[in-house]
Design a protein around this ligand. Structure first.
Ligand code: AMP
Ligand code: FE
Ligand code: FE
Ligand code: ZN
Length: 294
């Protein structure tokens, strides 16, 4: 693991990571302990559609000495395409539009997971109990990764990646969508909650194609603050293309690992964000939620 910082920055800043509150495999304390081992200075906690892990951040920051950016990876959906948005420094109150939309997405995710398991069970030995057995005690957001892990345990596929490639892909026979707001509605809700919105891995949505330009432009119009250009699912050409779009539209450029613990090969700190960009994010946020410093 290299320990370089983003060019021109002293600090190592990773703005994208998951825990077992969604589909990662580590708890919040464990995540920040790992961040310290990777010599990170700042890490954003961005579980899918939930702020459940935020209450554990003060203790994790104190124990690790790594600063935390409270965040959410918000699900949105455009014409059947899943579009992820990093919502950083939002107000976590339960009476915001953002909280209502993420709660609705969480509920829909459970129904969707049950529906997918029912479809899979027609052809393969898999039960709902097999899936819930893969859910860490605290998980509040169920996703395809939990179904994938249950399929591995049941001996249907050798690993998570094969499960996604063969059984769980959107074009496959067992895929069921879940409710999520439109990207434009999600960006407006993030902004109304005082947060900053970043299009997550915009070059790898549904993992095999880019966000269409007209959608990206509508997202910018709605108040999108930045693009996660530096992500393992973007090759150099994609990064150059996205950097050009960001410059042309005055968007911030971020990078993150999208760490999911043992569930994915992503290493903490493998993609980083410039210090000046974090400063700009903090400057833009108006929610009262702050970066937690050790
Ligand atoms: P869901 O939100 O339930 O539709 O599942 C999407 C999640 O599955 C993403 O956030 C990733 O964490 C994970 N994922 C997507 N593709 C893969 C893959 N090929 N291998 C492992 N995990 C994946
Ligand atoms: Fe995930
Ligand atoms: Fe994502
Ligand atoms: Zn993610």
């Amino acid at each position: 693991m290299s320990e370089r910082s983003y060019p021109g920055s002293r600090q190592r800043i990773d703005l994208h990571a998951h825990t077992s509150w969604s589909d990662g495999t580590t708890g919040v304390g464990e995540l920040f302990a790992a961040a310290r081992r990777e010599r990170l200075d700042v890490l954003a906690l961005t579980d899918h559609d939930t702020v459940a892990g935020w209450s554990e951040l003060p203790a994790a920051v104190a124990a690790s000495g790594v600063a935390a950016v409270p965040g959410i990876e918000v699900s949105s959906e455009d014409g059947g395409r899943s579009v992820h948005l990093l919502a950083l420094l939002v107000d976590p109150a339960e009476d915001t539009e953002l909280a209502a939309e993420t709660a609705r997405a969480r509920r829909s995710r459970v129904e969707r997971a049950r529906a997918m398991v029912e479809l899979i069970a027609r052809d393969h030995p898999l039960t709902w109990e097999d899936v819930t057995a893969q859910v860490a005690g605290e998980t509040t957001v169920i996703g395809r990764p939990h179904i994938a892990d249950a399929l591995v345990v049941a001996g249907v596929v050798p690993d998570r990646s094969t499960a996604f490639g063969e059984l769980l892909r959107p074009a496959g026979p067992y895929y069921v969508p879940y409710y999520a707001p439109s990207p434009v509605a999600a960006i407006r809700a993030i902004r109304a909650a005082g947060g900053v919105s970043i299009a997550a891995h915009p070059g790898s949505v549904t993992r095999d194609d880019d966000l269409p330009l007209d959608l990206l432009e509508a997202m910018v119009e709605a108040g999108l603050d930045g693009l996660e250009v530096d992500h393992r699912e973007h090759d150099d050409a994609e990064r150059a293309r996205l950097r050009g779009f960001a410059r042309a539209h005055d968007l911030l450029i971020t990078g993150g690992s999208d760490f999911h613990g043992a569930g994915k090969p992503n290493r903490l700190g493998e993609n980083l964000t410039a210090e000046a960009v974090l400063d700009a994010l903090v400057e833009r946020a108006g929610s009262g939620t702050e970066v937690l410093r050790p």
